[in-house]
Design a protein around this ligand. Structure first.
Ligand code: NAI
Ligand code: MG
Length: 354
């Protein structure tokens, strides 16, 4: 029996609704599998905790989290009670930074039963691998000569270490998928960092001779995500480019309520953290209508990361069969509740595996 220790942080708003749903699906899947055991420990951190204790997580929070196999997070944010910069930086970004989760992954695929805003989306199924620790989002720079002659300088930082790291991860994913990596570049316009990016891409690709490579300028690539998304398998991108591409990826799937994400630690010192793309959705919290698919897909991504690849696929398959059967929450055109969708997915898993 394989045993996994999972830290569960529902957080705020609909995180408190969709996390229990996804944990239920995870436990159903584990029981049906028979060979794995998921030990979950829940942490009550978030905005309610902040209101009581003046901090988003306990002082020894990271210490308590660091030995888990993975962290499963809902969403944080209660903008009417706690300013967003406090809630996001005090929990989510704190964990991402301190646990060296230097890579962000976001898959996107055409889901059966969902309507893409694209007229002819094709059966797209890709994974964006984004550098999550440096690049364009750096604190290096400054502003001088205030007022009329003001100058703002924003430096982008590209280290060989981080660039190789994210590319290597992308190639490893491609080996497990369709064997194609596309690099998001802009070496025709950004003359120092992007030619460097291309060089490293070229170097890393030599280690993966079976993987096909393409290099596409970010502007054209953004357009291709709309005109022919099914051409892609794994896309590797810098922090800024990846940020933009993943929003397009989410948009063409049809709802923010279904998109999953993972923050990956690859040096093995700390756990990785899995969370859906959406936030705490205070506008629908408490109504029982939140779409649990984003959180459940996130659970599947976590299983995949833990090495339970077959079980991860089963969860994904059950989810898709349920949406395809028209059992959907309101945001994707149905009228089912969070619980109805969750129970149906558990039932579907029982039918498929049991
Ligand atoms: P949001 O993603 O919470 O909501 C945007 C819109 O999408 C809302 O109309 C919401 O009802 C809908 N929506 C989101 N998830 C849904 C789901 N699963 N099912 C059905 N509908 C869904 O973004 P918003 O409103 O900008 O932010 C609300 C709070 O969440 C803020 O405090 C923000 O800082 C926080 N936030 C946290 C994130 C995180 O924890 N990673 C990410 C984004 C926002
Ligand atoms: Mg974004």
């Amino acid at each position: 029996m394989k045993r996994y220790e999972l830290a569960v942080i529902p957080g705020d708003g609909i995180g408190k609704e969709v996390v229990p749903s996804a944990v239920k699906v995870l436990q159903t899947a584990a029981t049906l599998h028979g060979g794995i055991q998921l030990e979950t420990t829940e942490f009550p951190w978030g905005c309610d905790y902040y209101i009581k204790h003046g901090k988003m997580m306990s002082d020894d929070g990271l210490e308590r989290l660091k030995n888990f196999d993975a962290i499963f997070l809902g969403a944080v944010g209660d903008p009417n009670k706690v300013p967003d910069h406090i809630s996001l930086w005090g929990l989510l970004i704190h964990i991402r930074r301190e646990f060296e989760q230097t890579i962000n992954i976001r898959p996107a695929k055409l889901f059966k039963g969902l309507t893409s805003p694209l007229v002819d989306p094709g059966a797209f199924n890709f994974l964006v691998v984004r550098e999550n620790s440096e690049g364009e989002y750096s604190e290096s720079g400054g502003r001088i000569h205030k007022e009329t002659d003001e100058i703002a300088i924003q430096n982008a930082i590209f280290t060989r270490k981080a660039t190789e790291r994210v590319m290597d991860y992308a190639f490893k994913q491609a080996v497990l998928r369709k064997g194609h990596v596309t690099s998001a570049t802009k070496s025709n316009g950004i003359v120092h960092s992007m030619p460097f990016w291309d060089e490293v891409f070229n170097d890393v690709s030599k280690r993966y001779t079976g993987v096909r490579t393409s290099s596409v300028h970010i502007d054209a690539l953004a357009a291709f995500f709309v005109t022919k998304p099914s051409d892609f398998d794994v896309i590797v991108a810098s922090n800024l480019f990846g940020d933009i591409l993943t929003d397009i990826g989410g948009a063409i799937m049809g709802s923010i309520g279904i998109a999953p994400a993972g923050n990956i630690n690859i040096n093995g010192k700390y756990p990785s953290m899995f969370e859906p793309v959406h936030g705490s959705a205070p506008d629908i919290y408490g109504k029982g209508i939140a779409n649990p698919i984003g959180q459940i897909w996130t659970a599947s991504l976590m299983l995949d990361h833990l090495g339970e690849i077959a079980l991860a696929r089963e969860v994904l398959r059950a989810m898709e069969e349920v949406t395809d059967a028209g059992i959907k929450t309101r945001d994707i055109g149905g009228n089912a509740t969070t619980d109805e969708v969750t129970n149906k997915i558990c039932l579907q898993l029982q039918n498929n595996i049991g």
